[in-house]
Structure formats: structure tokens, C-alpha cells
Design a protein around this ligand. Sequence first.
Ligand SMILES: [Zn+2]
Length: 225
Amino acid sequence: MPFNVRLLIVAISRPLPKPGVGSGGFLQVSPELPPQELLNSWQLCHEMVHLGVPSMPYEQHWLEEGIATYVEPLIRHEMGLISSSRFWAELAEGLPEGLAALRQQGLDGNHRWGATYWGGALYCFLADVRLRVRSHNQENLQKALRGVVAKGGNISVSWELTQFLRVADASVGGKQFHQLHSEMGPRPTQVKLGPLWKNLGVIPSSHGLRLQKANRDFVRRGIAN
Ligand SMILES: [Zn+2]
């Protein structure tokens, strides 16, 4: 299937406040930025993930940003740019921001920063965990997202949420994406992260974070080892 998206590079003379990478709708890279720093920045990877996700209605902007937020460090970990400990530490630090923003209102139409980015990432993480628990890592979020791209879902097209949920569920079997949306979309969400971390063997310690054996550590190792 042709992927009719281009990465548009425009040279502009307006300098960024300091050499670096800025994002927000589009990516700005200052010409003075050393290539290694571009490689180290998360923004480039985050924006590239967006290319493989269809545009969603305003009410479900959380899904676009949640996928980019959850998948970006996974890609950078897979490329050897960040360690698994750092991946888990950043996730453990970020997800409570999502939970806090979902206490009063569910994901749909909740445009708080925490809900959009980390609430959306929480949705993706929980979908990934449930799929992996059920199938012993045979099914996962990556496979569902590949299914979305295979059905023509990318940034150049607009999809309704129902289309996304249908394609994602069909790609991995079951109803996990629908189910999780009915739990987190229309109503406030409370997820106990403590027991989940314990099951995965992600343990906060005085030195930051410890990864250890646990009854479902196969899920942790399947996600980022
Ligand atoms: Zn984004």
C-alpha cells in the first residue's frame, strides 16, 4: 500500500531562541544543532510516529498524542538510544500525570495537557499490557498499530474513533481497544498503578528504579528489556 506522506523540510531564517529542536504541530530544527543532539532529542521521533497515525476527531486528540508519547521512547529504546531502565523510569514518572488529569473527566474531550499526552499514553500502555498478558506477548500494541497502517491509517487521512478501534481490534483479535475505550473514554478513570508495577517487576528504589523478577515480568520484558 503506498504511503503518500512526505516529510516536508523548509529552511527558514527565523532563528530558534537557542540551538535545539522545537515541536508543536511541526518540527523546527536549528541549523547550528549538532547531529548527535538531534539523535538524542525525543521530538523528532515523536513527530515521525504521528505520520503513521490517522488524524482523529478533536474529541479524541488524546489517541494521536498518546500513541506518539508511548511509542516514541519504545522506538528509541529499540534503536539502542535509551536503556530499558530509562524507558520504565520515564513511563513511571509520566503516567501519574495522565491519571491526575483523568480523575474528573475521561479521555474524550478532555483537553488538559496531562490527559492528552499521558492519559493517551496510559490507554496505549494498558492496551499493550492486556494484549500481552492474554496472549503471552504474541499480540501487542505494535501489531495493532501496524494493522492500522496496513488499512491506510496515516496522518494524511481522518478517521473516526470507531474505525480506529475496529481496525486495531481486528488486527490482534478480541475487543481490547473497544473495551478499554469504554472504561476510559466517557468517564473518569482510576487505575491502581502500584499493583501493576509490582506485577511487572518495576520497583521504585532509592536509586531511582529497579527491574526485578515478578509474576508478569514476561510482559515487561516483551515491552522493553
Ligand atoms: Zn505530538
